[in-house]
Design a protein around this ligand. Structure first.
Ligand code: DPM
Length: 322
């Protein structure tokens, strides 16, 4: 029979981290693809990454080159799995040879959220009292919030979402900052006390979107995952990733971005800040959406002309010394 080959049952193996958030995201992708391609079996293979194993050290101190992605990538290159689902903001801007970002899904709200202890339920980020302890281990959130609110105190917080919320509720922190998208995907949107506006905190590159990574020569998988691509999100995220790549920032850097598309115009606002919150360089650029990556690169160059590289070099040197 001619159809013997094409009728062969096909199984596609999806690589995922084991965290609750990673699994919610991966299962969503699996379900969507299963609906589109009922004749194919999509199965999930979970793995732990370096980032999942090191829980007691501040993220910024353990380097960041693919902390949450490397083990998944090795699996794909060894042909043990076919594609991996990531929070796009955890995916480095330079991928290993042989792998590509094959799909960017529709973004949720990319903003940061303020979650407060019950005793501060009548407060907002700008009305928290002097010395209030805010938990975050993101250098980006730390630098921007210190710049705007030097009277607040900041403390590292690690662990999964539930652990962090428990530490907050137990009184270890007055407030914590988390991504809106993560809280919503885990059904904890009700804990969002305030969506922090971009004037105060620009989000991380790729925040709120999922990125699907696969082998660059796997045309079959590439065409399957493309059905989940959301073009406007992809254009924004390609611009954001070009911006970060040009600044050679990993995922743990005080670099923030905001992007908007109106008609054919893409507008990017980017910033680099020092960890003490004393310096913050911000600029904005607009252009045709067909030139997304070029706009990201140009914005990075504008920030560099205003001193962003010196700030980043100082941080890279400090983190290396620790
Ligand atoms: C990256 C950062 C954080 C994650 C740094 C940053 C937050 C670290 C922390 C690159 N990855 O944002 O400046 O607070 O300890 C992460 C989260 C999500 C994906 C959780 C969060 C969910 C949101 C999304 C961890 N990665 O940011 O609260 O999918 O965009």
């Amino acid at each position: 029979m001619y159809s013997a080959v094409s009728a062969r049952p096909r199984t596609i193996r999806i690589a995922s981290r084991k965290s609750q958030l990673a699994l919610v995201q991966t299962h969503w992708v699996q379900e969507q693809l299963q609906k589109h391609f009922p004749e194919i079996t999509f199965e999930v293979h979970t793995m732990s990454t370096q980032g999942d194993k090191i829980l007691d050290v501040a993220l910024a101190k353990i380097g960041d080159k693919g902390l949450f992605t490397k083990e998944l990538e090795v699996g794909m290159l060894n042909n043990e799995t076919d594609f991996a689902v990531h929070s796009l903001k955890d995916l480095p801007t330079k991928l290993p040879e042989g792998l590509i970002l094959g799909c960017v899904t529709e973004r949720e709200n990319p903003a940061d959220a303020l979650v407060v202890h019950e005793k501060h339920k009548d407060k907002q980020i700008d009305t928290l009292p002097e010395g209030a302890v805010v938990g975050t281990s993101s250098l980006r959130r730390l630098a921007q919030l210190r710049y705007h609110f030097p009277h607040l105190a900041f403390k590292d917080i690690r662990g999964n979402l539930n652990t962090r919320l428990a530490k907050l509720d137990a009184g270890e922190f007055d407030a914590i900052i988390l991504a809106v998208a993560g809280l919503q995907r885990l059904g904890m949107g009700s804990r969002i006390h305030q969506i922090i506006p971009p004037e105060i905190s620009l989000h991380a590159v790729g925040q709120g979107a999922l990125g699907i990574e696969c082998r660059s020569d796997d045309t079959e998988v590439l065409s399957l995952i493309k059905v989940l691509e959301h073009a406007p999100t992809a254009q924004r995220c390609y611009a954001e990733r070009a911006f970060l790549r040009e600044l050679e920032g990993g995922c743990q850097v005080p670099i923030g971005i905001n992007t908007q598309i109106e008609g054919d115009t893409l507008t990017l606002t980017g910033m680099v800040a020092s960890l003490d919150g004393k310096q913050l360089i911000k600029d904005i650029i607009s252009g045709n959406v067909s030139e997304a990556e070029k706009l990201g690169i140009e914005l990075a160059q504008h920030l560099r002309q205003q001193g962003a590289q010196e700030i980043l070099d100082r941080i890279f040197a400090e983190v290396r010394q620790q």
